[in-house]
Design a binder for this molecule. Structure first.
Ligand code: CMC
Length: 392
């Protein structure tokens, strides 16, 4: 009943108007505020892209300096939060920890709850962008049993993150500029991707006027799934499971078998029916990182290259327009950078936070904004009378 359009998975429903990100999935084009992703990843830095996503234009030098300062002064988290971590088991998945700790920000920064005030919205945005890497690094350090490392504000966003993850108090940690640049690129490539599942979750949560930190925690929960942000972790696990290039045909056959739930992780995309432009940059970055670290024969990279070659020439994958997506190569790069697979989706969340906030801010500032309230096609029982329990 009800004259509603049935569109499971929202494959043909526009949920909002947005001026932030443009994707032409057939042509393999991704633009942020009109700028191609490859140009941003090649020449931009992450905070510059954050500014662009939030405010619509690339910053001038003065605007950039001011923005960097405003973000950087929020990199520390309330000291009480560090105790919050100890409530978790050490072997908890870091994404589970992220859901809890980021949601808990709403219990620490009460002033940011007044989302009707543009100044408080801005402060909440700065806090989230700045604190996500700190919380992510703390989740990692807690996981491996090392002490938390405080942020170093003279470093840029990506270098500071590597520092908080890999520095230890007993030794000097030197930032490798090639690796820091690769980290920066990974952050830029994942910064926003229009109305994907987690962004739509943030918008829906935010449409009720909920606390912005709680909305971002909702986005993190959605991102965790293997069909979304969890794909980078799943892709690397899959390469490990394949184990050797000789086993690739068996896994390709499984991916094509309709009776086997197995899918090639890191392949396919709801919107891109052409090569994901982010995957091209990620592939190049993976090679740069492996070259810098002197990893010549990485068995997983060999499997990835061969898998890509076979899949791109296979009739099934051609017909269904299944190309490698960004997560296919980001896993290999993150592994080479020294991150365990359980941290991969966490890094995606650090990067996507700005996209979530930019979309949340755009929604809150839209004069036509309404609470998100989808309807349904009811398929249950028709009206009937209550039967007392003794008579059932
Ligand atoms: N391996 C094998 N077959 C596939 C794959 C794959 N990776 N992806 C899609 N197909 C097939 C699917 O079986 C279906 O076949 P049929 O039409 O015969 O039923 C057809 O292609 C269309 O698939 P779909 O699931 O209806 O497409 P979708 O747009 O709903 O799903 C997707 C998109 C990304 C969830 C899916 O391609 C997938 O599960 N890929 C693997 C997971 C992955 O890499 N996800 C990361 C996405 S990119 C980053 C992000 O968004 O977070």
């Amino acid at each position: 009943t009800g004259a509603f359009t049935y569109d499971p998975g929202f494959t043909s429903t526009a949920s909002c108007e947005s001026a932030i990100t443009f994707i032409d999935g057939d042509a393999g084009i991704l633009l942020h505020r009109g700028y191609p992703i490859d140009q941003l990843a090649e020449h931009g830095d992450f905070l510059e892209v954050c500014y662009l996503l939030l405010y619509g234009e690339l910053p001038t030098k003065a605007q950039k300096d001011d923005f960097d300062y405003r973000v950087t002064r929020h990199t520390m988290v309330h000291e009480q939060m560090s105790r919050f971590f100890t409530g978790f088991r050490r072997d908890a998945h870091p994404m589970a920890v992220m859901c809890g700790v980021v949601g808990a920000l709403s219990a620490f920064y009460h002033d940011s709850t007044d989302i009707s005030d543009p100044y408080q919205r801005m402060v909440a945005s700065m806090r989230l962008i700045a604190k996500m890497p700190t919380i992510a690094a703390m989740a990692y350090k807690y996981h491996i049993g090392q002490p938390f490392i405080y942020p170093k504000n003279e470093l840029n966003f990506a270098a500071n993150f590597l520092h908080m993850c890999f520095a230890v108090p007993c030794e000097e940690y030197k930032i490798n500029p090639v690796l820091a640049r690769a980290m920066e690129r990974i952050f830029i490539l994942h910064a926003d991707h229009e109305q994907n599942a987690s962004t739509s979750t943030v918008r829906l949560a935010g449409s009720s006027g909920a606390n912005p930190f709680a909305c971002i925690a909702a986005g993190i929960a959605c991102l965790w799934g293997p069909a979304h942000g969890g794909a980078n972790e799943a892709a690397l696990n899959m390469l490990g499971e394949i184990g050797h290039v000789d086993n690739i045909p068996e896994f390709i056959a499984r991916a094509k078998d309709k009776n086997d739930p197995f899918r090639l992780m890191g392949f396919g995309h709801r919107v891109y029916k052409n090569y994901d432009p982010r995957a091209k940059i990620m592939q190049k970055t993976a090679h740069e990182v492996l070259g810098e670290l002197g990893i010549k024969d990485d068995p997983l990279l060999d499997i990835a290259m061969e898998l890509e070659k076979i899949a791109l020439t296979d009739e099934y994958f051609i017909e269904k327009k299944l190309y490698p997506n960004v997560d296919f190569y980001s896993g290999i790069t993150l592994k080479a950078l020294g991150f365990p697979t359980t941290m991969f989706t966490v890094l995606f969340a650090v990067a996507r936070t700005v996209g979530w906030i930019a979309q949340w801010k755009e929604m809150i500032e839209d004069p036509h904004q309404k609470i998100g309230r989808p309807r349904q096609l009811y398929t249950g029982a028709t009206e009937r009378d209550y039967v007392p329990i003794a008579k059932r």
